[in-house]
Structures are given as C-alpha cells and as structure tokens.
Design a protein around this ligand. Structure first.
Ligand code: HEM
Length: 191
C-alpha cells in the first residue's frame, strides 16, 4: 500500500511543488502569507470532515486531534499580521470525504506534507528569516516528532488498507486531495 501510494501520487506531488512556488531564493513575504491563507481555507473544512468521518476510533488509534494543523496556520497568520483567519475564503471543492478509506487517503497527503514541511520550514527561515515563533509554525509542523508520527501513521494505514479494494480508494482519494489543494492554491488571493 505504502509503496503504491508514493508511486501513484508522485505526479501530483511534483505538480504541487510547482504550484506552491515556495522554494525559490526570491520568495516574498506576500506570497508566503497568501499561501498560508489558502492553506487555512483548505485545512479548516478538511480537518473537520476527517474528524467527522473517522470519528472516535480512527484506524490504528491515531490521535487526529494532536495531528491537526489549523491552529498552527492561524497562529502564523496572526504573527504575520494577516487578516483574521475566520474572514478568509473557505474551499468548497473538497475531495470526496465520506468513507474511512477516503479519509485515510486524504490524511496520507496531510501527514506526508509534514515531511516536505521540514524542508520548506528551513527555506522560509533562510529566505524570510521566519522562525516557528515569528510566522512559520505550520511548516515547522510536528518538529522533532515528525519522523515518529509519520512512522505511526504509515503503520496505521498499512493495517487499515490490507484489502485491495480499499487500497484503490485510498490512492484515488490521495490524488483527489492533492488536486483539490493545488487547484485551490492556483486560484490566488482574489478568489
Ligand atoms: C515545495 C513543496 C514541497 C517539497 C519541497 C516537498 C518535499 C518532500 C520531501 C523531501 C518528502 C520526503 C520524501 C522522502 O523522504 O521519501 C516529501 C514527502 C511527501 N510530501 Fe512533500 N513536499 C512539498 C510539498 C508537499 C505538499 C504541499 C504536500 C501535500 C499537501 C506534500 C505531500 C507529501 C507526501 C504525501 C509525502 C510522502 C511520500 C511518501 O513517502 O509516501 N508535499 N515531500
């Protein structure tokens, strides 16, 4: 399942990196802040749906609450003096999130994003001088626990998706999640 997911979402991951355009040496604060605003408008409804669908007993006993990132995004926007988080546009073209398999495919994308987040966090610090305390908490993400939380998520997912029919849905949902976030980020600040 895990190898398949990585291979079959690779094209979307590459497209995502291009859309974010965050790794350039000429990264500007305005672009960074705009991305955080779009992320906020995506993570808010998606994390709420994930909690609804996976309920009180997520696969492998995952602690969804501890993995939520919306508060970090809000803290960053506050630190950067952006608009209040609850005035931002919210994404309505979400990936389908009705079943646990769809939710786990989506969660794969959000959890995997913490790995790239470490790289992005370092880049944002180097180019914009932002630390977790001054506007880069989201990309700092799970910090020193990143590898450990990722391993636990992978184990939960592997245990969940043993049936090939379920694995298909997980992969489809992971790709749908990448697409949905990418299109939402592409729409820019005026959307
Ligand atoms: C410029 C932006 C990004 C960079 C530089 C980046 C970089 C990385 C890196 C270095 C890894 C670890 C690869 C490994 O250890 O095998 C990774 C994994 C991953 N990233 Fe990204 N990433 C970026 C954006 C994103 C975004 C926005 C998402 C999702 C919203 C995402 C989702 C994932 C996933 C799901 C994995 C796990 C792949 C796997 O091992 O199954 N990435 N990324």
């Amino acid at each position: 399942m895990l190898d398949r997911l990585k291979a079959e979402t690779r094209a979307e991951h590459i497209a995502m990196e291009g859309t974010l355009g965050i790794m350039g040496d000429d990264l500007e604060l305005a672009h960074y802040r705009q991305l955080l605003e779009r992320y906020c408008g995506f993570y808010a409804p998606v994390e709420a749906r994930l909690a609804d669908v996976l309920g009180l007993a997520p696969p492998g006993g995952l602690d969804l609450q501890a993995r939520r990132k919306l508060a970090l995004l809000r803290a960053d926007l506050l630190a950067l003096g952006g608009p209040a988080a609850d005035t931002l546009a919210v994404c309505t073209a979400l990936p389908p999130l009705h079943t646990p398999a769809q939710a786990m495919g989506c969660l794969y994308v959000l959890e995997g994003a913490t790995l790239g987040g470490v790289v992005i966090g370092r880049h944002v610090q180097r180019t914009l001088g932002l630390t977790p305390e001054s506007g880069a908490r989201f990309f700092h993400g799970n910090g020193a626990h990143t590898a450990e939380l990722w391993r636990a998520f992978r184990a939960a997912l592997a245990g969940f998706a043993v049936n090939p029919g379920i694995a298909d849905v997980v992969v489809e949902s992971a790709n749908a999640t990448f697409r949905s976030l990418r299109h939402w980020c592409l729409r820019g600040p005026a959307a």
